[in-house]
Write a protein that binds this ligand. Structure first.
Ligand code: AMP
Length: 501
């Protein structure tokens, strides 16, 4: 089944229900949203897009994101949403890897792609399609590029079946969505936030794009008050910033119904503070591109109910398995570990990807014996609550966005005056982690910063550079990142030179 049939159905049942907003302004009811998606699909067909083709989206959050996404699905194609913060060269690589038939982009992103010799078009409409292309559950719906440990991103194949499992599980395990609710796209629609569109379409709720196109604390509080019953997804950094802002303004978050948080570790003090201020509106989810949104959830009661004897321990967990998955904790050989023991988190079920796009080696290492090896380390307690301990991957999560050190290291190493470079994450109260680079060579921090700006997305740039004679390595020549992290203790940073951010 084509997941976009949910839009056609709700548009028939409740054509006049408000559907799409830019800020406070309504742009379309459900009949209108359905019509626009059909018109985008009609135009895509005119451009030669056929079922099974990939259509890339390289643009910031905007109402057109939703019409484009559903237009792509109505035409039977798969969407390739690209993080709008990526450098044009990075986006061009993804477009080529996905073998996208067409690229849809806003003016800024068209210019960034043009500089790389890639042409893109604005989202357009033509004669609407009358029928929605049939899709099988295992067909590709969304190609989701995650940064790769190999330095190149990998395309997670997200199927219609996965999106269905994810959305139904949301209703069963995370939150009850009704037609009276609204969801706000304050986080990137190319990533987590876009996935929330589906369950809100299913329930005929309202979709609100902020005029800022992103995360603006004042705007969120204003839109919550205006629209009422508002939901948003927020990375832990955003929760912290929203709470601080609301406290400073004395705003209690009127109209905020639910905030799902996840995508990175939440500090206990931050979530306690957030609940103190806004009340029981927070729900935690744990997922990854390879098993989106729905591995575990910690309900709003579990987050907020301090009278429960296990409240504290559970607050530090990511909750219990959602209905559509099985979870195991295993050692490196895949053997089950006992309760409380730390091992890799393995997941199985309809939520799990069939593999990475045209990448059999990466697929074989992530999917073994029918289980997804998440790369996350954790332990399960006797009540079934899962606590994440660490990531077995080297990934840095800054502001809820994943950054793979290898990608940054490769760019630094391409500078002629760099001899060696290693990148680690340093704890940061605002961003969760920030990128710090240890570099041997004669390049200045300013030169390296300029070099990074020319090659990778701004958010991946090191915030600090630390000059070293050479990198510490073990007997096998592997860089000892633990030793580097230890050097980041506050009294050890005499050699630090800050780069501008
Ligand atoms: P992505 O594939 O970009 O969605 O990143 C997924 C990764 O983010 C997971 O593998 C975890 O390492 C991390 N993550 C996701 N949700 C949580 C959470 N609730 N708490 C801690 N880390 C999380």
């Amino acid at each position: 089944m084509n997941i976009a049939l949910w839009l056609e159905r709700i548009a028939r049942a409740r054509p006049d229900a408000p559907a799409l907003f830019l800020g406070r302004e309504m742009l379309a009811d459900y009949a209108g949203l359905d019509r626009r998606a059909r018109a985008v699909a009609g135009w895509l067909q005119e451009q030669g897009v056929r079922p099974g083709d990939r259509v890339a989206l390289f643009m910031g959050n905007a109402p057109e994101y939703l019409t484009a996404l559903y237009g792509i699905w109505y035409a039977g194609a798969a969407a390739v949403p690209i993080n709008a913060k990526l450098h044009g060269a990075e986006a061009a690589w993804i477009i080529a890897n996905a073998e996208a038939r067409l690229v849809l982009a806003d003016p800024d992103h068209r210019a960034a792609l043009a500089a790389e010799g890639v042409s893109a078009l604005p989202v357009a409409e033509a004669a609407p399609v009358t029928t929605i292309a049939a899709r099988a559950p295992g067909d590709l719906a969304w190609l989701f590029y995650t940064s790769g440990t190999t330095g190149r991103p990998k395309g997670v194949m997200i199927t219609h079946r996965m999106l269905m499992a994810m959305s139904l599980s949301y209703l069963a395990d995370v939150d009850a969505v009704t037609a009276e609710d609204a969801t706000l796209y304050a986080a990137p629609m190319s990533h987590g936030a876009g996935l929330y569109a589906l369950v809100h379409v299913l329930r005929g709720a309202r979709h609100v794009c902020p005029e800022s196109g992103g995360f603006d604390e004042g705007e969120i509080l204003d839109l919550a008050q205006h629209h009422g019953r508002l939901h948003l997804f927020a990375a832990p950094t955003m929760v912290r910033r929203l709470t601080a802002h609301a406290r400073a303004k004395g705003a209690r978050g009127e109209g905020l119904r639910s905030i799902t948080y996840g995508g990175g570790p939440m500090y206990e003090a931050d979530i306690r503070d957030a609940v103190d201020w806004f009340g029981p509106v927070f729900i935690q989810i744990y997922g990854q591109g390879e098993a989106p949104m729905a591995i575990t959830a910690l309900s709003r009661d579990e987050v907020a109910d301090r009278s429960h004897p296990d409240w504290r321990a559970r607050l530090g967990s990511v909750g219990r398995a959602q209905s559509v998955v099985e979870i195991r904790i295993a050692d490196a050989q895949g053997r089950d570990l006992a309760e409380g023991e730390v091992g890799e988190i393995l997941v199985r079920g309809d939520l799990v990807m069939p593999g990475y796009w045209q990448n059999p080696e990466a697929t074989a290492s992530a999917l073994r014996d029918g289980w997804l090896w998440t790369g996350d380390l954790g332990r399960m307690d006797s009540d079934g609550y899962l606590t994440l301990c660490d990531r077995s991957k080297d990934m840095i999560i800054s502001g809820g966005t994943n950054i793979y050190p290898r990608e940054v290291e490769e760019v630094l190493l391409s500078h002629p005056e760099v001899i060696e470079a290693a990148v680690v994450g340093a704890p940061d109260p605002d961003w969760g982690e920030v990128v710090v680079a240890f570099v041997a060579g004669t390049a200045t921090a300013e030169a390296l910063d300029a070099h990074c700006r020319a090659h990778i997305a701004r958010f991946k740039r090191p915030k600090r550079y630390i000059a070293v004679e050479s990198l510490p390595r073990n007997n096998y020549g592997k860089v000892l990142k633990t030793a580097l992290r230890a050097r980041l203790a506050p009294d050890q940073d005499a050699e630090t030179s800050d780069s501008t951010r």
